[in-house]
Design a protein around this ligand. Sequence first.
Ligand code: UD1
Length: 431
Amino acid sequence: MEQYVIKGGNPLVGEVEIGGAKNAALGILAAAIMTDETVTLENLPDVNDINVLLEAIECIGATVQRIDRHTVKINGSTIGVVSVDYDYIKKIRASYYLLGALLGKYKQAEVPLPGGCNIGSRPIDQHLKGFRALGAKVQIQHGAIVAKAEEGLVGAHVFLDMVSVGATINIMMAAAMARGNTIIENVAKEPHVVDVANFLNSMGANIKGAGTDVIRIRGVEKLHASTYAIVPDMIEAGTYMFAAAATRGDVLVKNVIPKHLEAITAKLEEIGCEVQEFDDAVRVIATGRLGRTHVKTQPYPGYPTDMQPQIAVTLALAKGTSIVTESIFENRFKYADELARMGASVKVEGNTAIIDGVETLTGARISAPDLRAGAALVIAGLAAEGVSVVDDIVYIQRGYEDFEGKLRTLGAEIERVSSEKEIQKFRLRVG
Ligand code: UD1
């Protein structure tokens, strides 16, 4: 089992390059199998979740050809089965995007029902409601979702009960190849929803309104080849922005779309950082102790739930009492106890964390409870005095490409290790 070992206390300074958005790429990879022609995807992040979905796609018979670390060619003409293995869904929930993609293309699909996960129960009732509205018969059989539209899918009017990224993308994919028009209301407006829509359109789909509350789709019979580059990852970018803030550093975060980062930028400015915006970069400068704030997670363009642990860690070191409210997922404060072990004062009540900022955190042995909380705990380690060891970094590797390497270029003392001996060696080296 690999770990990160970190000697904290260095302000992060320098430049970091952001990769393609994991969550956009997951939808786009699934959508890529919807044509029989070859699709070339660029700017794919080299992270575990993406690699697992690529395996799942190969496993149903599609051809996957890696051109380089961030480029792949996919050909869906060789797909032989429409059922996805449980192993994949167990590893990444987003394999459920194959449901919308296969159902759209082949009018049938079978995907195991994903369970809950570390951040809470994660129902997919809205996805299924959408497929049913399009005329598919959807049943849960032996732990799997079995969807079939014998007469083909037919455009429909779908109103989502809550704003869901997953449901919006899944229904949009299926509807792209349905007969007639579909209107989906109360949809998610996240940049990765827009990116999946743009990609489908580049393959010949007719989707309008992605990025607003209503998506309108005119179904097409066939999709065709496309070459498409994935949008930059706003969550990866935001993570480095908060790493700069928490360590009182000065970091230029490159290859981003500053508009996507507005909620994050606003909070950083509120707590006293200077944020400079350029065409495709943002620079975060933090000097002195930061101030308190209140923040509530919301669907885009609100403050993202995937950035909640990172701001909480930063506020743990800010002056005064901050309140962080999580309104998307029920169990997203699992890092609070770990942070407390580093000397933070965090009290969780229901979906709210009350954080009394302390002047210093001290290094400790902590473990990553999930992807984003894991990244946030690394930030805590970078800001803390002394050495921290972060266990369970597999979670972090699901979504951050070369996290330790990028942090090192910013001056962080961090290493990926896999034994106590290596940890001891690191401790000796850093004194
Ligand atoms: C996606 C992201 C995830 C991010 C989240 C919120 C991917 C692969 N994952 O997750 O990283 O944290 O958006 O930005 O892109 N809900 C239902 N029924 C449904 C669907 C959702 O009740 O059918 C609820 C969920 O429990 C949650 C809320 O709606 O409370 C939002 O979930 P959703 O946007 O669907 O999150 P994911 O797509 O799973």
